[in-house]
Design a protein around this ligand. Structure first.
Ligand code: SF4
Length: 64
């Protein structure tokens, strides 16, 4: 059974940064931000990752 995790907030949706690759390796731009009709996907300036870091995370999360 998957481990249960506490939500970051009950008032707002958050993207879990440990699981977000900014769509690197799949798309040219973050797809959630592309399709959001109210522009609610706001970059976290306190958690900026390099392309190399995102590619490494993508490789860890997704089997090639
Ligand atoms: S759609 Fe892409 S950018 Fe948005 S949360 Fe998922 S991996 Fe991150």
């Amino acid at each position: 059974m998957p481990e249960q995790q506490e939500p970051v907030s009950f008032d707002y949706y958050y993207i879990v940064t440990d699981k977000c690759t900014e769509c690197v390796g799949f798309h040219e731009t973050p797809q959630c931000a592309e399709v959001c009709p109210v522009d609610c996907c706001v970059p976290d300036e306190g958690n900026v990752e390099t392309r190399e870091e995102l590619e490494s995370k993508k490789s860890f999360l997704h089997l090639d």
